[in-house]
Write a protein that binds this ligand. Sequence first.
Ligand SMILES: Nc1nc2c(ncn2[C@@H]2O[C@H](COP(=O)(O)OP(=O)(O)O)[C@@H](O)[C@H]2O)c(=O)[nH]1
Ligand SMILES: Nc1ncnc2c1ncn2[C@@H]1O[C@H](COP(=O)(O)OP(=O)(O)O)[C@@H](O)[C@H]1O
Length: 185
Amino acid sequence: MSDQRVFVITGAAGSGKTTVRNYLTSQFHMTKVITHTTRQPRIHEKNGVDYYFETEDSFGKNHYLESVSYAGNRYGSSFEGLENAWKQSDLITIVLDTAGAITYQRELGDKAVIIFLKVDDSGTLLQRMKSRGDDTTILTERIKSNEYLRDLSLPDELKGKAHVINNNNWELTKQRVDEIVNEYK
Ligand SMILES: Nc1nc2c(ncn2[C@@H]2O[C@H](COP(=O)(O)OP(=O)(O)O)[C@@H](O)[C@H]2O)c(=O)[nH]1
Ligand SMILES: Nc1ncnc2c1ncn2[C@@H]1O[C@H](COP(=O)(O)OP(=O)(O)O)[C@@H](O)[C@H]1O
């Protein structure tokens, strides 16, 4: 049996956080922690699968371990979500912005394994978000947001604490993820 850990996947929008999270669930049977947001669902997203989609009102009624505003929408994760996921598996995974990752590192210490994803140029991020089918108007606004620009680089608070992966090549990313997970199994 492994110790309980939460793999926190963070980095810029379009850097591949969801893709890595899905790889961790399929390859290593990690339970994913579903977070809450007031953002509108994207075309293929489902309530209770990708997020719990909330109104401003219902978002405010939940009890969060941490919550943030990102590009004009609210996002939050709960202790209850973590505890429920840990009932399913010792290794679990969550996707957070860098502010959330800093909170998890501070609050959970070694229980939080932080993976920061980046790509070599921001044009690639934009291209990936377009090919994912993001609405162009929303995308144009989002890439001007302070949070998007902030999350392009590893924050000082996570230096020396996060595993950094350059997600330019998916095969190499998988290898690096495998190495990291194997340290904790
Ligand atoms: N701190 C925090 N960040 C979250 C939470 N849920 C999602 N996020 C982050 O919010 C940001 C925006 O997410 P999303 O709208 O799905 O856009 P995407 O990154 O382009 O897929 C991403 O950095 C997510 O990792 C949460 O509960 N807490
Ligand atoms: N290494 C990679 N090479 C090419 N495309 C990728 C790579 N990793 C992820 N993608 C694609 O880029 C898009 C954005 O990835 P996603 O995981 O949704 O990012 P995020 O959750 O960080 O916003 C998706 O269409 C995904 O399939």
